[in-house]
Design a protein around this ligand. Structure first.
Ligand code: ADP
Length: 312
């Protein structure tokens, strides 16, 4: 079973409007409201692939309740730590033939006490789970080393943790002695973290960076490259994963689907090749759907076979 943690979930609201009028009233006939946030996308994709998953993290207020109800309706198991604040809304206005204007709330401000309560919940919850995903940004008010603390707790129970975050919270993990089993940055995130310009053209430079102190002790590093697939470090070996060309409908959430694939395959104790093919196939299946963090499982086998893994 996979446990999918999201510390700062959201209710993702999409407003399709033909023409966005600034400083005027915009009326919208159809609204979609989806349980969102990266870890909830991970949980949804695992569930769609018939995997067992429990979604957890922080939820609060009426919006938190709405998200819990929606997860229950979709038969996705969940057990969240309730907070005093209100879970955030994230609004995407889809307008003017393919344009997207977003309004993202920062979310509630949490405290160290909230983090301690979540850790106590995890202590109870995590027993049944072999793989744990931690996705997204930290809520305001939480210490920058919150993920270090969670990973330390989970590592002590021999769980395989996949961390998908960026910025300060990821940096805190990379600079600590506490390492997750896997991370899934993209090239831009690697550059931001290290301050070093990286590219696939300079493989030697990229490899030596990943063999450096910050990254070496992380068993699996999947650098996702959008339409170009991924570059991977497993132990001390490196791999190039390539994917077929497809018609992209909406790439948002592909990284989360990739994480879902890593978790599903790790949980099955699959081979490295199968882990990477599952992750890439789910990432690309997400891009073929309108909805974020959503895949069509019927297409899985076909695209799984088309993903190629080569040691380099
Ligand atoms: P993130 O959203 O975290 O930056 P990526 O954009 O690298 O992640 O996408 C994650 C994975 O999703 C890729 O490795 C690939 O498998 C798939 N993917 C993303 N964009 C495309 C695309 N344009 N065409 C095909 N597959 C894609």
């Amino acid at each position: 079973m996979v446990l999918a943690i999201t510390l700062n979930p959201s209710l993702d609201i999409s407003y399709p409007i033909e023409t966005l009028k600034i400083n005027d009233v915009n009326r919208c006939q159809t609204v979609s409201k989806t349980a969102g946030g990266k870890g909830l996308n991970v949980a949804r994709v695992i569930h769609q692939m018939d995997g067992s998953v429990v979604a957890t993290g922080f939820l609060g207020g009426n919006i938190g309740k709405y998200i819990e109800d929606q997860l229950t309706e979709q038969e996705i198991q969940h057990q969240f730590q309730h907070i005093n604040g209100e879970t955030r809304n994230c609004i995407a206005i889809l307008h003017d033939q393919g344009q997207q204007t977003e309004v993202l709330e920062g979310g509630p401000t949490l405290s160290v006490e909230d983090l301690e309560k979540l850790k106590a919940l995890l202590e109870d919850l995590v027993g049944a789970h072999d793989v744990v995903t931690i996705s997204g940004s930290l809520s305001k008010g939480l210490p920058e080393d919150s993920y270090v603390q969670l990973i330390e707790q989970l590592n002590a129970k021999n769980k395989k943790v996949i961390l998908d975050s960026s910025g300060g919270s990821l940096k805190a993990v990379l600079n600590s002695n506490v390492k997750p089993y896997a991370i899934k940055p993209n090239l831009t995130e690697i550059e931001e973290l290290t301050g070093v310009a990286v590219s696939l053209e300079d493989l030697t430079g990229l490899k030596s960076l990943l063999l450096g102190e910050q990254f070496m002790a992380i068993p699996l590093i999947v650098i996702s490259l959008g339409a170009d697939g991924a570059f991977v470090k497993s132990g001390k070996q490196f791999y190039r994963v390539t994917i077929p060309k497809i018609n992209v409908v909406n790439p948002v959430g592909s990284g989360d689907s990739t994480v879902a694939g890593l978790a599903l395959a790790l949980e099955k104790q699959a081979s490295l090749e199968e882990i990477l093919k599952t992750a890439m196939a789910l990432g690309l299946l997400n891009t073929m759907e309108q909805k974020t963090g959503f895949v069509n499982p019927l297409n899985f086998d076909k695209y799984f076979e088309l993903v190629k893994v080569e040691e380099i």
